[in-house]
Every structure is written in structure tokens, then in C-alpha cells.
Design a protein around this ligand. Structure first.
Ligand SMILES: CC(C)(COP(=O)(O)OP(=O)(O)OC[C@H]1O[C@@H](n2cnc3c(N)ncnc32)[C@H](O)[C@@H]1OP(=O)(O)O)[C@@H](O)C(=O)NCCC(=O)NCCS
Length: 153
């Protein structure tokens, strides 16, 4: 059974481990704690059979929402979890707001680009050489956006 709920402090170890399994530059538990101390930030997760399987951290700025990070545990990918999470948060957060979702994604993160484009996100710009990789290479960040409440199901 799946359950979407707000992240609480006892979840942070698991969030950090999913993040570590999902990104080369991972954030530790303390980084998540600091992020969530800020009142502009909020996080949700999905449990699958009582196990935390995916999460999202969002920053609000005026009427806009920025995706700071989103990840699904590698064992749970392509089961619709991240989509369900984003649609669920969109349903909760878009109420009363007239803004947009925004996010930055590496041009080399093809699965995430596909994920966002299939949800209806449109490319709004490029930040040249935004990410520095371990081998010293720099890659562009693509900026995507979509109006709140307009994600494609
Ligand atoms: C991107 C990510 C969050 C997607 O999570 P997920 O739970 O596997 O995604 P979903 O199952 O909800 O996918 C929904 C749709 O997105 C698209 N999609 C997701 N992953 C994809 C992939 N690897 N390749 C192509 N399309 C993909 C598909 O259209 C998919 O629907 P389908 O499976 O019916 O074809 C996950 O791959 C991940 O955690 N990646 C590492 C962290 C990351 O890059 N986060 C984004 C940073 S900006």
C-alpha cells in the first residue's frame, strides 16, 4: 500500500540514504535537517508497504514552487512513485497559488529530463556550465517550468 505524507525528522536518515543512492554529490542527514529548518522549504515522501521509497523537497518563493530535489530509491523506480508524489504535492500546494513550478536539471540527466517533460514541464532556459563534475567537466543546467496545477497526469 502507498502513502503520501509530510517528512518528519525521523525520516531524514532514510532520505539521506536514498539521496546518496541517487546523486554523486549527496546530501547528508544534517543537510536535510538544515534545509527543512527553513520555513520556505517543505518535503513529502511516499511509503510503499511502510518503506520510504521516494521523496521531494520544495522551496516556495512568492507564488512559485521550486523543486530542490526529488528522488526515488533505485529499487522502486519506474513504478510511478515520483509522478504520484509530484502530482500529489501539486494538488496540495497549488491551491490558492497562481505561480509556477521551477527546477534545474543537468542536461546529462536524461531520465529526469524525460520524467519532467512527460509531466508537461517546458524548457524555460539554460544555465551554461552550471554543474561542475568530479572530473572537472562542466555541464549545463536546463531550467524547466510549468504552471502550478497544470501537470499532465
Ligand atoms: C527521475 C526520478 C525521480 C524518476 O523517479 P521514478 O519514480 O522512477 O519515476 P516514475 O516511475 O514516476 O516515472 C514517471 C514517468 O517518467 C518517465 N521516466 C521516469 N524515469 C525514466 C527513465 N529512466 N527513462 C525514461 N523515462 C523515464 C516515464 O515517462 C515514466 O512513466 P512510464 O514508466 O510509465 O514510462 C528517478 O529516476 C530518480 O530518482 N533519479 C535520480 C535522482 C534524480 O535525477 N532526480 C531528479 C533531479 S533534477
Amino acid at each position: 500500500m502507498r502513502k503520501l505524507r509530510t517528512v518528519v525528522s525521523k525520516d531524514l536518515t532514510k532520505l539521506a540514504s536514498i539521496h546518496a543512492a541517487s546523486f554523486k554529490k549527496n546530501w547528508g542527514q544534517d543537510a536535510f535537517a538544515k534545509l527543512l529548518e527553513q520555513t520556505s522549504n517543505a518535503a513529502w515522501l511516499i511509503e510503499e508497504d511502510d518503506e520510504i521509497a521516494a521523496f521531494i523537497v520544495v522551496m516556495s518563493s512568492g507564488d512559485d514552487l521550486e523543486i530542490l530535489t526529488i528522488a526515488t530509491h533505485p529499487d522502486h523506480r519506474r513504478k510511478g512513485l515520483a509522478k504520484q508524489l509530484l502530482l500529489g504535492v501539486d494538488g496540495k500546494q497549488a491551491l490558492g497559488l497562481d505561480g509556477n513550478w521551477f527546477l534545474e536539471v543537468s542536461e546529462e540527466n536524461l531520465s529526469a529530463v524525460q520524467f519532467y517533460e512527460n509531466l508537461g514541464f517546458l524548457k524555460r532556459g539554460v544555465r551554461k556550465n552550471y554543474y561542475k563534475l568530479d572530473d572537472g567537466r562542466r555541464v549545463d543546467a536546463l531550467v524547466y517550468g510549468i504552471k502550478l496545477g497544470h501537470l499532465v497526469c
